[in-house]
Every structure is written in C-alpha cells, then in structure tokens.
Ligand binder design. Structure first.
Ligand code: HEC
Length: 99
C-alpha cells in the first residue's frame, strides 16, 4: 500500500517533468548519433572539427545552419539529412547548453 503511493507520486512527478526532459534527452541522443563523431561527445571538438561548447552562434543561427544551409551547411549535409525542424531546434538548444 505504502509502496504503491510512493511509486504513484514518483510517476506523477516524472510525468509532469516528462515533456521537457524527453526533449532534452532526445536531443542528447540525436547529438551523439549525428554530431558527436565530428564534434565530440560533449561538443568539445575533435581533431580538425570545431568545439561547439561556448559557440558564439545564437540558437537561431544554429537552427538556420542545420536547416537552411549556406557555406557552413556543407560538412553537415549527411548529419542533417532527414532532420525535422523540431529536432534542429532541440539540437540548437542542446548545443547552447553544452558546458
Ligand atoms: C562530418 C563532420 C560533422 C558532423 C557530423 C557535424 N558537424 Fe558541425 N561542423 C563541422 C565542421 C567542419 C564545422 C566548421 C564549419 C565552418 O566553419 O565552415 C562545423 C561547425 C558547426 C557549428 C558552428 C560552430 C561555430 O561556433 O562556428 C555548429 C553549431 C555545428 N557544427 C553543429 C553541428 C550539429 C548540431 C551537428 C549534428 C546535427 C553537427 N554539427 C554535425 C563538421 C561536422
């Protein structure tokens, strides 16, 4: 009985925080799958690829880069293939949140 209540409360708390956390986790997973091979697991940069931690680009600029293109899109063509607008926005937030 008591255990059920505790589990119920935890479930409610999890659900409340769920949507925000799910977005962050998805973006983290997406980053690992699509970006980390060049930019490193924590966006620390790797060999000739720039670090994303502390980038001067704004979230909007990153979204534009991942969706609209321009010169900087070139190395990203494969990574962003099939990326949705929501995923691009999530990734931009994730990149800006790297510390
Ligand atoms: C094939 C390797 C590669 C992959 C995969 C890759 N990038 Fe990049 N990224 C680069 C290179 C190279 C640059 C530098 C481009 C330039 O300066 O013109 C760059 C630059 C950037 C920048 C700009 C950094 C700055 O401060 O100027 C951001 C932001 C970025 N990448 C985000 C991402 C995200 C998000 C992903 C995953 C969807 C990703 N990249 C996947 C190679 C890659």
């Amino acid at each position: 009985m008591r255990k059920t209540t505790v589990v119920g409360m935890m479930l409610a708390a999890t659900l409340a925080a769920g949507s925000v956390i799910a977005l962050a986790e998805d973006s983290g997973a997406l980053f690992k799958a699509k970006c980390a091979m060049c930019h490193g697991d924590e966006g620390q940069g790797k060999m000739k690829f720039p670090a994303l931690k502390g980038t001067k680009k704004t979230e909007a600029e990153i979204v534009a880069m991942l969706t609209k293109g321009g010169a900087e899109k070139a190395p990203h063509t494969k990574a962003i293939n099939g990326l949705t607008a929501d995923e691009a926005a999530g990734l931009a937030k994730f990149v800006k949140g790297l510390k």
